[in-house]
Design a protein around this ligand. Sequence first.
Ligand code: SAH
Ligand code: SF4
Length: 350
Amino acid sequence: MTSRNSSSSRLSDLSREELETLTKASGESSYRAGQVWQWLSQKGVFDLDSMKNIPAKLRTYLNDQCPASALAITHNSIAVDGTEKVLFTLEDGKLIESVLIPAEKRTTICLSSQVGCAVGCYFCASGIDGGKRNLTSGEMFEVFMTMRRLSIDADRPVTNLVVMGMGEPMFNFENLMTTLDRINAKDGPNFGARRITVSTVGIAAGVAKFTASKRPYNLAFSLHAPNDRLRRKIVPLESAMTVEEIRQAALLHLRETGREVTFEYVMLKGVNDGPREARELRRLMKHTQAAVNLIPYNPVPQLDFDRPDDGAIDRFVDILLEAGVKVSVRRRKGADINAACGQLALRKSH
Ligand code: SAH
Ligand code: SF4
């Protein structure tokens, strides 16, 4: 998989310092750089021609050095429950998606971190075609700002951000952290760190860096099984951490940052949804102070997995609750527009 240099291609990939350097090189003052930064980072305007208070000479100069956005909305669908799924075409023609999920008191943006995914969990649409490339920090930031604008237009301003779209965030660690820091920045959208969650299948090097960086974003592990015998039937363990490694990493994260992690558990009918697995998971959860987020499977047509029936889900929840484990069940959202991870991009690219 190729990763692109995030600091050279597009205006949205520049840091504020890089923008200042360029602006000064063009003969303008850094005050002008601050104005351009405001358009990009606060207003989410990535098209130089729309930056009306910027002198034409500087706009032309910047455009020559690092052209404005190449991101285009290709497809936009809204489900009956209000879930809005947006497919973006990137500069190189590749497709990624983002979803806006309204709930009672919150509106969540689901962000992708890569095109495709190299991990290839057996149930997941994002991994079917393998990993294509990392998204640049500018691409992720533009997607966030576009989705944020759509949420404001729909009168449901975004309250939460989850990095749970296509791709494995820990394989694109640096670019993602640059994006999240910018989303969180006071001179940008100033979006609360506690409302941001990064979900990982468990990539040891990335998780270690994330914990060591003490960033204030939430961490969620896609665990999916209480033991490795089962986990390896769901997640290829060549690149991903084992159950015990994840448990240790969760404890370390709690010790180092004071923050509890969440364990995500996709429920696959007849695979990991039985009372035995629930009891084993309950034992595993001891001392971690973590919460479990159960995700009933959204079937992917090409793949041979099903969603458990409601009875099995309820039983699983009860077994965890009996032991005082904090548990939530993700409600089904946007099922009529294929709003499960990776599904729409996959449909369009085939
Ligand atoms: N690669 C990261 C983040 C993206 S996947 C990770 O695996 O955590 C985000 C979450 O969506 C994961 O917990 C994954 O298990 C879940 N998911 C993927 N495809 C799904 C599907 N078809 N139905 C339900 N959950 C799915
Ligand atoms: Fe990649 Fe996450 Fe899908 Fe696994 S679940 S293939 S890690 S995107």
